[in-house]
Design a protein around this ligand. Structure first.
Ligand SMILES: Cc1cc2nc3c(=O)[nH]c(=O)nc-3n(C[C@H](O)[C@H](O)[C@H](O)COP(=O)(O)O)c2cc1C
Length: 178
């Protein structure tokens, strides 16, 4: 019996680079959930060690600042070219609604300058109580002043990211990684 010649394969390489920016740990915990979901599904996840990493797929885990990517993530995304980028962000604002749509649009347009955006997952992260207090004490005329609704949102945010956010991030990763 003769052996079959190797069939050409069009299977994608299941390898991705992961960049994480996290100051107070919210984004780091989402990144860990995403990494374990991807690895359980057979992906190899490589930590980003420099600009424009070699893998075609790049996972960027960022925290939201000024309604877009934090400065470190911005710089990293600007270093990438021709990548397929999937993003996971944590934010103080509500991750569903008009403000989150604006954040998602800002992030997507930045990524799409030189790359393809596979998707942007957002969930709430706890905001440092000192920052909440500082914003609460700003004059009402200041755009960063926290009204009662904002205070309620950030107080609720102190419970996030929670187990549901982790499960949602895992499901999002498995849905969008291809
Ligand atoms: C200086 C600063 C600016 C922030 N700006 C925003 C913002 O524009 N929109 C928002 O929704 N959250 C904002 N946040 C909240 C953070 O995005 C949120 O706490 C995030 O989960 C922090 O992630 P980390 O724990 O991984 O550092 C800001 C927080 C800080 C400290």
């Amino acid at each position: 019996m003769t052996s079959q010649p190797d069939q050409p394969t069009s299977e994608p390489a299941m390898r991705a680079s992961m960049a994480i920016s996290s100051v107070t740990g919210n984004t780091a915990s989402i990144a860990q959930a995403v990494r374990s979901a991807a690895e359980e599904a057979g992906w190899t996840i490589n930590d980003v060690v420099g600009p424009n990493p070699p893998d075609d797929v790049v996972i960027v885990c960022f925290w939201c600042r000024k309604s877009t990517l934090d400065p470190k993530s911005l710089k990293f995304v600007e270093s990438c070219s021709g990548k397929r980028i999937l993003l996971f962000g944590t934010m103080g604002g509500c991750p569903v609604g008009a403000y989150a749509d604006r954040v998602r649009a800002n992030v997507t347009s930045k990524v799409c300058e030189r790359n393809e955006c596979l998707g942007v997952f957002l969930c709430q992260g706890k905001v440092n109580p000192e920052r909440i207090e500082m914003r609460r004490n700003l004059p009402e005329s200041d755009p960063h002043h926290l009204d009662d609704r904002g205070l309620a949102r950030l107080t609720e945010g102190l419970n996030h990211p929670d187990a549901t956010d982790m499960a949602n991030a895992r499901a999002f990763a498995l849905d969008y990684l291809h």
